[in-house]
Design a protein around this ligand. Structure first.
Ligand SMILES: Cc1ncc(COP(=O)(O)O)c(C=O)c1O
Length: 390
């Protein structure tokens, strides 16, 4: 008897009624590698630098709680998120570290954020006013961080508004500025004029605050790229992608060794032998140039595997690199397995990651004309995850 659970896992029931999972696609999440990556990053940091890992969007598709748990064991300062829902989940599960909502907040969130001790990040005069009214009306004290737009022009207060903000801050005793942050557009390119400009602008902001007697405890601007490439890193850093074992750029591979955390594995579920000149798949977008053996794998764009990898992607099968041929469909793709010895239905294939980084995410992302972040997030949405702790 087979049944399908809500999370799309197939189970097989034996005679005694025991259920075992029949996996045919899964995301293996190697949590031990998160620890290894964190330690690799620490090597770039002066002692006493605090770490605020960014675990927004379900920890970049790796699973919010599992990742938060393993990072907590490494005594990180706190967590960086974007959305309050994820912060509430962490608090409900007992995580007591500081949580920063890095992209600001809505007025309506403040009450719950205060109750749950979530640190607000002020990103505009508007959000400052909301916060000011909240603490004043409640007659409470609350620490906050200030995000400054130093040139990326995403979230963050405009430089021209800084003096107004400083005046308002000086007139309020209800809260204090614990940290000043900015986000760099291309920290992995330290020589880029925008990186230089952003760092210069941040320096000016800190000077203006200092002149006004405001000295935040934390200054933070370094994401993974910043940690690896910048000389100055601030005293709090916000790594994301590197924790998950992907490099902020190909150049970073020369400077640090990271370990893949997410591996996408599946099985050959059908084998087709086609003759030279025959077609396969939708379109049809593949015509065999030789007699060809195709392995059908039940993973497609409906699972977050990009369709653009049609005739472009690659995988690992029995220790060999094999190529995606034909159009990726919603729930299936073809691999050309002509060169593989004795292919069998049920054999495992690695579509991403792997213990020895057989399918590097940044290389697959490049072929898919995207970035590893997007691949992680897309795949992490629907494929069942299996956690490895060792
Ligand atoms: C404000 C902020 N800080 C840090 C990070 C982490 O960046 P990365 O994943 O490149 O290390 C992000 C990611 O989007 C971010 O938005």
């Amino acid at each position: 008897m087979y049944s399908r659970s809500f999370c799309l896992r197939l189970y097989k029931q034996d005679k005694r009624g025991e259920l075992t999972i029949i996996w045919y696609k899964k995301l293996e999440i190697n949590l031990k590698n998160i620890k290894k990556n964190l330690r690799a990053i620490k090597n770039f940091l002066p002692a006493n630098t605090q770490i605020l890992p960014v675990i927004k969007n379900d920890a970049y598709g790796h699973g919010l709680l599992e990742v938060a748990r393993v990072l907590s064991e490494e005594k990180v300062f706190g967590f960086g998120l974007s959305e309050p829902e994820e912060a509430f989940v962490l608090r409900k599960e007992g995580f007591s570290q500081p949580i920063l909502l890095l992209s600001g907040f809505e007025k309506d969130w403040l009450s719950e954020m205060y109750t749950l001790k979530i640190t607000p990040v002020v990103t505009s005069l508007n959000t400052f006013e909301w916060l000011r009214n909240f603490v004043k009306n409640r007659n409470v004290k609350w620490r906050f961080h200030l995000k400054v737009d130093t040139g990326m022009h995403r979230f963050g207060i405009d430089l021209e508004e800084l003096d107004t903000l400083i005046e308002k801050m000086k007139n309020s005793s209800y809260f204090f500025l614990e940290g000043v942050m900015t986000h760099l557009s291309c920290a992995e390119k330290p020589e880029h004029e925008l990186t230089q400009l952003q760092l210069e602008n941040l320096k000016k902001v800190l000077e203006r605050l200092k002149i006004n007697g405001i000295n935040p405890k934390y200054v933070h601007f370094a994401n993974s790229g910043g940690i690896i490439f910048l000389t100055e890193k601030g005293n709090l850093v916000r790594p994301g992608i590197s924790i998950y074992g992907s490099y902020p750029s190909f150049k970073a591979r020369e400077l640090v060794k990271l370990y893949p955390v997410m591996s996408l594995k599946s099985r050959i579920v059908e084998i087709k032998k086609i003759k030279r000149g025959e077609y396969a798949g939708y379109g049809p977008n593949f015509r065999a140039q030789r007699d060809t053996i195709l392995g059908l794998v039940p993973v497609g764009y409906g699972d977050g595997y990009p369709r653009i990898l049609s005739n472009r992607g690659f995988a690992y099968y029995k220790g060999k690199k094999v190529h995606v041929v034909g159009n990726v469909s919603m729930k299936a793709l073809y691999l050309d397995i002509t060169e593989v010895e004795k292919p069998q239905i049920g054999d495992e294939v690695i579509l991403l990651g792997g213990d020895n980084e057989e399918v590097p995410v940044d290389k697959l992302a490049e072929l898919a004309e995207t970035i590893s972040y997007e691949l992680f997030c897309s795949l992490g949405k629907s494929i069942p995850r299996e956690y490895k702790y060792a």
